[in-house]
Design a protein around this ligand. Sequence first.
Ligand code: FES
Length: 226
Amino acid sequence: MSKPQSRKKINSQSDVTNQATGQSWVYSDIVKDHFFHPRNLLLGDPRPGDYDAVGEVGSPACGDVMKMWVKVDKKTDRIKDLKWRTFGCGSAIAATSMFSLMVTENGGLNIDQALKIKPQQIMARLGGLPARKIHCSVLADKAFRQAINNYFRLSGQPQRIMPDGGKIIDRRLNITDHDIEEAVLEGARNLADVQKKLKVGVGDQEALPEIEQLVRFYVEKYYGEK
Ligand code: FES
């Protein structure tokens, strides 16, 4: 029998160990179940007319891509069917699988209810995710919002389209609220962290109160902390 290769600090209590850094983390049994048995995954392309709209987004943090198809009951506004496909990591797969279940279970949520699902609700149903993986779990929400906006466009409801253009917060550096959101998703937890990443507010001191407010908003949204 061959001897196992020596690796850098493998933690036998963890599910994943980065062999370069030695960092490790554990996944809940629910996360593992959804990773190994993803619900509502669509591997091939759908037939024309099977779905009402599609959304596709990429993660600025890691470059991974998520595609999502939705079918909506026109009378009740409920999500009748939702399928997805991603080239993201295990956390993205598990979180999107759970999101797809939450949106379609018990006859399906209506669009407004589905848009209100918070990342913390998905985390709670999954039994938690490592904080560094939060940016993976929001890919589902972003793809869903884009699919629904496309549905509003295609179904003649332009008044319901949600604005998604970024608002410029730091005029000197052209930094938007989306940039601040991404910095938080990549791990920044306070104004100092965000400034270190983006240099935001350095040449535009007047923007600082708004930046601080946005950082608090996104930290609470994604990590449930104030
Ligand atoms: S690291 Fe890219 S989706 Fe998780």
